[in-house]
Design a protein around this ligand. Sequence first.
Ligand code: ZN
Length: 289
Amino acid sequence: MKQIIPMLVALLCLTGFAQAKPNAQEAKKLLEAGNARFVAGTTTHPRSDMTRAALAAKSDQADYAIATILSCSDSRVPPELLFDAGIMDLFIIRIAGNVCSGDEIGSAEYGALHVKTPLLVVMGHSKCGAVTAVVKGLKGEGHALEKNIPPLVSPVVPAAQKVLQSFPQATTENLVIRSTEENVWQGIENIFLRSAAIREAALAGKVVVAGAIYDLESGTVRWLSEEKSAELLKRAEANPASDTQKMAAGGHAEPAPAKPATQPDAAEGSTAPRKTSGHAEPEHGAAHH
Ligand SMILES: [Zn+2]
């Protein structure tokens, strides 16, 4: 019997049955190991074939996915490749500038609370075009942007403004580097301020929210301070402006009300409305540091 049990476990693993999910620290170690393989050129492209796809088709992803990752849309930053991960491993949200507004926070809630990933990562990257556009705009070095881009990147503005105030003499390149990290913190703070459900899960130890920066040149993902993330959680808990409503009214999905085509994008959330003026502007109610 003693020999049969390990054999059964090995067989279950080989046949791809769901195993116990890793905790947040184990998930982070798996991502670190995958990124190390990527950097070393020893990727194995695991769980990326039709066998895994067939398993995914009949599985609940909540039994498998280990991390929710909010990353930039940039073609140079594909999470599955740079973490050497496969199908059903990562729940990914990608948007220019890895901004955290209402839709992204809703997706993060889905990943953390329905797909039950123990780790939620907000990942910025070097040479981010969205962050660069905001920094240059604030410095008066910007250029015309298409109509829908300024409201999209507006959540980056408070982060870049804070950096610009702290380092007024810094070069644009240096400001972009600093703003990229600050934008990750801003994103994490936005998640905590606007999602009572993620705050509750984080306080209960069910999810860890982590920051990271991907470096285009080295291929390395640098993990940011977990202590600072925990501090932002505490601060959001103590902030009276934090959203306290955990569940949606009615508790089920409803169709979005149709908006007249001529009406500019209305404010989508109570704490961080998007601006619609011609250039990137700070949001009201954005997190204070
Ligand atoms: Zn980017």
